[in-house]
Design a binder for this molecule. Structure first.
Ligand code: NDP
Ligand code: NHF
Length: 435
């Protein structure tokens, strides 16, 4: 007799062949989900998945047990672990899918392990902490035949969907260049640029070794220095403002222009980098191969953060046009479009845009698991998007130098030393095997 886990794994393997409604009728129960990372964004991911009529949250994992009270209330009696490996080993048979909402440095370690065990994965953005890991996640998703989705929920928001449809309808003509920016600074979350000198005791509820995971050992710094929240600033755990917002803000650029190739080259400028945190302000000039939606064979996309903004030169917006704090400017052959980060898009010509309805991003993943249809931003999309974002932070280490990139070979071709930054050294016992 097939056990439940084998049944769903077999279903996943047969996804392409099986008509959606037959699989749907044959599902013997609701989609059973485990939440990994239970507070912060994890809590919102878990609540959203729980609110789907065809799901059941069955287990939880968080390295800090003091942050699991909400999930205990949500699903009384569900087992709660501090190590996701133990959770999957003990309850794997009843877990179909997982949400991964931990700090970025652990996304690949957890996501790859879950996919290797046949679990569908919803993973927070950026998909991973380095370029090599993003490539592995996309390869593993394909090999495992599981349904995946990047946690960039604004992808499904009415504003982003409206802008994508408008650009693809030709309202601004073919696109000549794109500028994307974000107000957040590269190291403004922890209030530190070097490791704290005074050390606090690790709270009793926190498994610090598990929190560090793949990253090199260092002492627990104190509340919000690394965990929770502050980790974004630190090179060992996060990727600064570009890593934090790139997958949100560049997502409609990739979707609207159907960018499915890696950048050809990139050049970064910034306000200064030490060995610990990301620069306060960064600009990265990318060049991508053109697509059917671009005016020329190459498309420049420039990223700005920490309060840096593009100019409106070359657009027909008035020079005093206010720009949102974060967003994108698409410069087209006929007009330009500004898409604020979570705001209504507007066009320099004043054309009114047809509103496209928003969708529930989280439920879209669950629906994909049930129907066998991969949602629009699975790891085949989120992997390359994350690679492009994180390449920007490799370029940051070579300020002013134009790095040439061969995406297929996953290699910089004009400066071999830059290739060392594509992946990290993993801590003993926390290695990630290549797919
Ligand atoms: N899509 C969106 O709009 C948003 C996305 N995010 C993304 O969500 C992720 C989490 O960010 P955020 O919630 O702010 O981070 P936090 O540091 O606030 O919370 C992360 C949670 O994961 C737990 N955790 C850490 N490591 C592990 C592990 N190895 N296994 C299980 N649980 C673990 C943390 O426990 P502990 O208390 O010990 O840290 C905490 O409960 C990031 O990738 C971030 O980029 C964040 C905000 C919004
Ligand atoms: O959208 C978001 C809101 O801000 C958070 C903190 O910078 C981000 O991590 C997140 O992705």
């Amino acid at each position: 007799m097939l056990r439940r886990r084998q049944f769903l794994a077999a279903s996943a393997a047969g996804i392409a062949a099986a008509p959606a409604f037959v699989r749907g009728q044959n599902l013997n129960s609701r989609v059973q989900i485990a939440g990994i990372g239970c507070d912060g964004k994890g809590w919102s991911d878990i609540k959203e998945m729980d609110s789907h009529a065809a799901t059941q949250m069955v287990a939880y994992c968080d390295v800090d047990l003091s942050r699991t009270e909400k999930v205990k209330d949500l699903t009384p009696g569900a087992p709660v672990y501090q190590d996701f490996r133990e959770m999957l080993a003990r309850h794997g048979d009843s877990i179909d899918a997982v949400t991964v909402s931990t700090p970025d440095h652990m996304h690949a370690f957890i996501g790859l392990d879950a996919m290797r065990q046949g679990k569908h994965v919803y993973c927070q953005k950026p998909l991973t902490h380095n370029v090599w890991e993003a490539r592995q996640m996309a390869l593993q998703a394909k090999q495992s035949g599981v349904i995946t989705r990047l946690g960039n929920q604004i992808h499904s928001h009415t504003f982003y969907r409206t802008a994508v449809a408008a650009i693809q309808s030709g309202v601004i003509g073919k696109v000549k260049e794109v500028h994307s920016w974000c107000a957040a600074t590269g190291h403004g979350k922890s209030f530190h640029i070097s490791r704290p000198k005074t050390l606090e005791d690790v709270p009793k509820t926190l498994a610090w070794n598990q929190w560090l995971g793949v990253a090199p050992e260092r002492p627990y710094g104190g509340w919000k220095i690394y965990h929770p929240w502050g980790w974004r600033d630190w090179q060992d755990f996060g990727n600064g403002a570009l890593g934090d917002f790139g997958c949100h803000i560049l997502d409609p650029v990739f979707t609207a222009l159907k960018i499915n190739a890696a950048p050809i080259e990139l050049t970064a400028d910034h306000t200064g980098l030490n060995d610990e945190v990301w620069p306060a302000q960064t600009t990265v000039k990318y060049v991508f191969p053109g697509t059917d939606w671009t005016a020329r064979p190459a498309l420049p996309i420039t990223w700005y953060d920490g309060g840096r903004l593009p100019t409106l030169r070359g657009t027909d917006f008035p020079s005093n046009q206010a720009l949102p704090k974060s967003g994108s400017l698409f410069v087209g052959e006929q007009a330009s479009l500004v898409l604020p980060h979570v705001g209504a898009p507007f066009v320099s010509s004043g054309a009114l845009l047809d509103e496209v309805e928003g969708l529930n991003h989280y439920h879209g993943w669950v629906d994909g698991i049930i129907s066998g249809q991969q949602p629009s931003d699975g790891f085949d999309y989120g992997g390359p998007l994350t690679e492009a974002v994180l390449l920007g932070n490799v370029a940051v280490r070579y300020r002013g130098e134009t790095l040439k990139w061969n995406g297929k070979a996953m290699q910089f071709t004009n400066d071999d030393s830059a290739n060392a930054w594509l992946r990290r050294d993993y801590r003993d016992g926390w290695d990630i095997a290549a797919v």
